[in-house]
Design a protein around this ligand. Structure first.
Ligand SMILES: [Mn+2]
Length: 431
């Protein structure tokens, strides 16, 4: 049999924004894509919706999506086998859809989730701690599904469920969890399952939740991260591979990835600097953006800029004004940009501390020297009595110090503007 596999469609994502149709348009192409590849049924690995209480707009996206599958006739039968052994038969006359629910649809025990509603409405088979058998009369495939559960209990739930493969059929195990091997954290609250914890004997392990597609081998087992069909967060891993869907052939065991034809691209650019001047930073950012937008895109891309490292002495990252730098391009993309510069490099700071240590000056003198040194690189320079300011600061007389600083700032600039006043803390507005 041929099975279309994808997940994390996130219907309802970015509602009320320019990107409100992204989830639907990309999921629609994924479904049309697998149908074109003549799959026998479709397996979804969770997070069909972005919210556990979808809006009418999100429900409309979901029904438009299932409507596409309803047009393709099929005589496959599906039988859901509950934990107590009871069986529920499904036949719709159209291509079967099987899904677990994800963390986004998760609702507290006792409450109905959106995928249970879809099953009741005859759109799909929903699995959670049970399995179903999909049969075309010649071949049967067993799908064992565990829907998304809180990460800290995921391993316990999986072990308590303890699924075993059905003999003589192709068996798939579908989850919607974080997996230790794919995340940098070892925090048991955010991830509890390792590949080695997965019960053995399944022909293919499928996991939604992590939004970048990946196929990996562990032991003799095949593990598939379906990835999402839409970008919901601008992550580095999501920028490296386009969004798409998989087609599995249980006969040849071939698993193929196909890109969604028309999709919003993500560019993730991390720029590292070392004691750079503001000019260096500006040139590199504009150089990158000029290069990027020398090409044209059929959809406004997502651009993530991450500036790290250090800028040289005498420069302040607040003078950089990253948003102004991006402003000329802002109609061309959806931007997320930030910088986390330290204003001098750590190496330089350590060298300074060493030098002070050698000269064996007192802590007070050390502080004063540091203040003088830093001031000498600002427009304040010797505009006021730094020793006096330092004494006030060390005695907790912050108000006095601020007053003196504001006074010398005003003197330096010759006037005080309305903007200055607006930025002045209320206690100083009387100035
Ligand atoms: Mn998701």
């Amino acid at each position: 049999m041929r099975i279309g596999i994808f997940s994390d469609c996130h219907f309802g994502f970015a509602e009320g924004t320019e990107r409100c149709d992204d989830a639907f348009l990309q999921a629609k192409q994924a479904l049309e894509g697998v149908l074109k590849k003549k799959v026998d049924f479709v397996l979804l690995a969770g997070d069909l919706f972005d919210s556990n209480e979808p809006s009418p707009e999100a429900w409309k996206q979901a029904f438009d999506f299932f409507g596409i599958g309803k047009k393709v006739s099929s005589n496959l039968s599906v039988e859901k086998v509950l934990r107590d052994g009871s069986k529920i038969p499904f036949s719709w006359g159209s291509i079967p859809m099987v899904s677990i629910h994800g963390t986004h649809e998760h609702r507290p025990k006792g409450l109905v989730n959106a995928l249970e509603v879809l099953e009741a409405g005859g759109q799909m088979v929903h699995l959670h701690g049970n399995y179903c058998l999909v049969s075309n009369g010649v071949e049967t495939v067993a799908i064992h599904g565990l829907s998304g559960v809180p990460e800290k209990v995921a391993l316990n739930v999986l072990q308590a469920w303890n699924p075993t493969p059905v003999s003589n059929v192709f068996n798939m195990l579908v989850l919607h969890q974080s997996i230790k091997e794919f995340l940098p954290t070892e925090d048991d609250m955010s991830v509890s399952i390792s590949l080695s914890d997965l019960p053995s004997g399944f022909d293919l392990y499928v996991n939604g939740h992590l939004h970048w597609a990946n196929e990996t081998q562990f032991g003799n087992n095949r593990f598939l991260l379906t990835g999402s069909t839409v970008v919901t967060q601008m992550k580095r891993l999501e920028s490296q591979k386009p969004k798409g869907f998989f087609v599995l052939d249980t006969g040849t065991k071939k698993l193929e990835f196909f890109s969604i034809p028309s999709q919003r691209l993500v560019f993730y650019e991390k720029m590292a600097f070392e004691d750079a001047s503001l000019e260096d930073v500006r040139n590199r950012v504009t150089g990158y953006l000029d290069g990027l937008f020398s090409k044209s895109f059929d959809q406004k891309p997502l651009v993530r800029l991450k500036l790290v490292g250090s800028i040289g002495k005498g420069f302040s990252s607040s003078d950089l004004q990253l948003s102004k730098l991006i402003a000329p391009y802002k109609e061309k993309a959806f931007f997320s940009a930030d910088e986390s510069f330290s204003e001098v490099s750590l190496r330089q700071k350590i060298a300074e501390l060493r030098a002070f240590q050698k000269s064996k000056v007192s802590v007070l003198e050390m502080g004063l020297e540091l203040l003088d040194k830093n001031l000498s690189e600002t427009p304040f320079d010797s505009a006021f009595d730094s020793r006096q300011i330092f004494e006030w600061l060390s005695e907790g007389e912050t108000e006095k110090a601020m007053e003196a600083l504001m006074e010398s700032k005003a003197k330096k600039e010759g006037k005080q503007t309305v903007n200055d006043l607006a930025e002045t803390p209320s206690s100083l507005k009387a100035l």
